[in-house]
Each structure stands twice: as structure tokens, then as C-alpha cells.
Design a protein around this ligand. Structure first.
Ligand code: SF4
Length: 401
């Protein structure tokens, strides 16, 4: 992991983006913004799930008219997503929104951009300038459009990035001429390889905070890999100050995955239990997949970041579970539970779920009372003795160790 690249700090409401501040998680509502109750309910759900800032679409006047009420009820800062109609940006600013998102591909009339900048400047509202692969090609000037389309057709990767960077530069010149520096920038593509190189290119040219994202990534099942491959490469390079993972799904999954990504990269402290589990193999002698799914659900009620391991056998399990605060190693119909390296009990398969939960909960309560400390990866687990089968024979998985 490279150190975070230095960027200027921009405040979105009370949330700082950039500088040395933690990477901020964003998401976007899927509701019609004018439907205030549904929009507020979704914002609250996202905020409860760990989302720091929520963006709402404002295509119509009814949407910006709903903003004052939404802002009053929202627990997190709100960004107005504006396309095509600069008046929506002015209305959103008037409503007191915390940030505006503009797309240079569809609001590029100089006078209109100047007016939005002036309104934001007066109220110290930042603007995200987001170029997207989908809206980057010139729409009005037909000869320029053909030229850009031709360049993209001849070398999509290089020319798409060149055009994105060039349009971003041109647009940001307007902000510079207005002496407006409260800017966050993004350059999204559906192709992770283009995202990685585009963000690398803009991070070299500008010191504005970067909003990372892979656009139109698809449903979580496929969009997860598409998004995380680009975002993790960039974050490991020290690039990125805020991010949105985009899915064609309930946006809470965007927040869950963004949180998990930042936690596994050590960029955000975990607040809930962490579950690790073996992938199972031909040595497995219990229904581990079912057990893991049930353990995951039960652990959701614990609010301390206890690390829990569910391992199918003692062959590789102890080494792979090292660092777990609570672990179970299964054998034929039974499991041995460890708490911070100490064996606490042996239980039958049907008791494993409850026993593991009880041990995890009890350990979490000891941590909360200050009587125990989370392992932080320091627990060493000595492999348990072979678990005899009901008929007294030693399981094959243990003999083969
Ligand atoms: S812990 Fe055991 S059962 Fe699970 S994958 Fe490893 S060897 Fe297989």
C-alpha cells in the first residue's frame, strides 16, 4: 500500500473529503426524490449502514422542491445530482444542499456554469465535476463528435482517457477563472482498466480530492468484481478520497461492500464482527456452508468487532484461523471452540451455532467491559487433538495432516 496522495480538503456539510481524512463512503438513493418519505427512509437506511454522504437525483423542479424537507430530516449531508438543467443546481443551492454534482458533458454553457459557481461560492457549497465515459463525447458539434468517436474507435483506452482528462481540464479552467477551489473530481468508466488509468492520470494533474467509482457496474454478482478490482488498485496506489460503488440493486449493498473494502484494506476501523471461514473441501464432515450462513446472521446482533473463524477441520484450520478471537474447528459431527487460543468447549454439530454465538457474545461483552482485548491478529492457535468419531476411530482428515 502506498501512502495517500496529498489532496486539498473539501467540506461536504460536516464531512471532510481529502487531505488526511478517512476515505468517505457515498451512495445514491434509488427513489424519486420528490417522494420525500421514501427518499428520507432510504437515506436513513444508508446512513445506518455506514454511508457518510448520500446523493439524490434532481431531474425536475419537484425534486429540488423536496430538498428542504429532505435536508431537514437527513442524518447525513446530501448531494444534488444535476444533469442538463443548470436551474436545478441553483434551486438545490437555494435549498441548502451540501454539494452539487455537475457533468461537463451536459451543462457546459459558460454563463450557466458561471452562475452555478457563483451561487455555490456565496454559500460555500462544493461542486463535484464528474466526467463519465457515457456522456463524454460531444453532443452538439457534429464534426467534433465524429472526430471524438473516430478517435475512440481507433484506440478506445488511450483516447477515451485523453478526452476525459482534456474535458476535465477545460471545465476546471472555468472554476479557476472564478477563483473557486471547493471542487471534487471524478472520471468514471464501466471498464475497470480505463478507470484505473484515468484516475491515475487526473491524480497527477490536480490536487482536488478524487471521488472514485466504476459507473454502471451492473448487479452485485458481477458489478462487485468490476468495481472492487478498480477501486482496490487505486486505493492501494494511495489514490481516492471518497468512493461510491454502484450496483443495479438496493443501494444498501453499495454501502456494505464499500465498508468491507475499506475495512479489509485497513482504511476504516471495523465496528462489527468479522467472519472468516474455510472454503470447505473433501475433508469436510459437517454442513459448514449452512453453519457459516447461520453464524453470519447471528453475529449481526453483536456490535463489537470480534474476529470469528469457522473452520472445517484441523488440517489447515488453526493456521488460517490465527488471529481469530473465537474459532471453531469441526470434525465428524463435532467441533472444538477456542477463545483467544484457549480451548473452551467441545460441542456436537447441532450445538455448534449456539455455542459459537454464546462464546462470541461473552467475549465481546468482556471486551466492552475492558476485561479482554481484541486480538488484532496476534492470537496463536495450537491445533486441537484429533476428534474421535462416534465409533472411536480417528477421522481421516486428521490422520492425513
Ligand atoms: S479447513 Fe479443512 S475442510 Fe476447510 S478447506 Fe481447509 S482443509 Fe478443507
Amino acid at each position: 500500500m502506498k501512502p495517500r496522495r496529498k489532496t486539498r480538503t473539501v467540506y461536504v456539510g460536516n464531512i471532510p473529503i481529502g487531505g488526511d481524512n478517512p476515505v468517505v463512503i457515498q451512495s445514491m438513493t434509488s427513489t424519486y426524490t420528490y417522494d420525500i418519505d421514501k427518499t428520507v427512509a432510504e437515506i436513513r437506511k444508508l446512513a445506518k449502514g455506514g454511508c457518510d454522504i448520500v446523493r439524490v437525483a434532481t431531474p425536475n423542479k419537484a425534486d429540488t422542491a423536496a430538498l428542504p424537507s429532505i435536508l431537514e430530516q437527513s442524518p447525513v449531508p446530501i448531494v444534488a445530482d444535476v444533469h442538463f438543467h443548470f436551474e436545478r443546481a441553483l434551486e438545490a443551492v437555494e435549498a441548502g444542499v451540501h454539494k452539487i454534482r455537475l457533468n461537463p458533458g451536459n451543462i457546459n454553457d459558460r454563463k450557466q456554469v458561471d452562475r452555478v459557481i457563483a451561487a455555490c461560492k456565496e454559500r460555500s457549497i462544493p461542486i463535484r465535476v464528474g466526467v463519465n465515459e457515457g456522456g463524454i463525447v460531444e453532443r452538439k458539434d457534429q464534426s467534433k463528435r465524429s472526430e471524438e468517436m473516430g478517435a475512440i474507435a481507433s484506440d478506445r483506452h488511450a483516447n477515451l482517457i485523453r478526452i476525459m482528462v482534456q474535458k476535465l481540464e477545460e471545465y476546471l479552467r472555468i472554476f479557476d477563472e472564478n477563483d473557486f477551489g471547493d471542487v471534487v473530481i471524478s472520471a468514471k468508466s464501466i471498464d475497470p482498466r480505463i478507470c484505473i488509468d484515468a484516475y491515475r492520470a487526473i491524480s497527477e494533474r490536480f490536487d482536488f480530492p478524487l471521488h472514485l467509482g466504476v459507473t454502471h457496474a451492473g448487479p452485485p454478482e458481477t458489478g462487485r468484481i468490476r468495481s472492487v478490482s478498480a477501486l482496490s488498485a487505486l486505493l492501494a496506489d494511495g489514490i481516492g478520497d471518497t468512493l461510491r460503488i454502484s450496483y443495479a440493486s438496493d443501494p444498501i449493498h453499495e454501502v456494505e461492500d464499500a465498508k468491507e473494502l475499506l475495512c479489509v484494506l485497513g482504511m476504516r476501523n471495523r465496528e462489527e464482527p468479522e467472519l472468516i471461514a474455510c472454503p470447505t473441501c473433501g475433508r469436510i464432515e459437517i454442513d459448514l456452508i449452512k453453519l457459516v450462513s447461520e453464524v453470519r446472521q447471528k453475529l449481526a446482533t453483536i456490535k463489537t468487532p470480534v474476529k470469528v473463524a469457522v473452520m472445517g477441520c484441523v488440517v489447515n484450520g488453526p493456521g488460517e484461523a490465527e488471529g481469530a478471537d473465537v474459532a471453531v474447528f469441526a470434525g465428524k459431527g463435532r467441533g472444538i471452540i477456542y477463545v483467544q487460543g484457549e480451548q473452551t468447549r467441545t460441542v456436537s454439530e447441532d450445538q455448534m451455532l449456539d455455542a459459537l454465538y454464546e462464546e462470541s457474545k461473552a467475549f465481546a461483552e468482556r471486551v466492552e467491559r475492558g476485561e479482554a482485548q481484541l486480538s488484532s491478529g496476534q492470537v496463536s492457535i495450537v491445533p486441537p487433538d484429533p476428534l474421535p468419531r462416534a465409533d472411536g476411530s480417528i477421522p481421516l482428515n486428521v490422520i492425513s495432516r
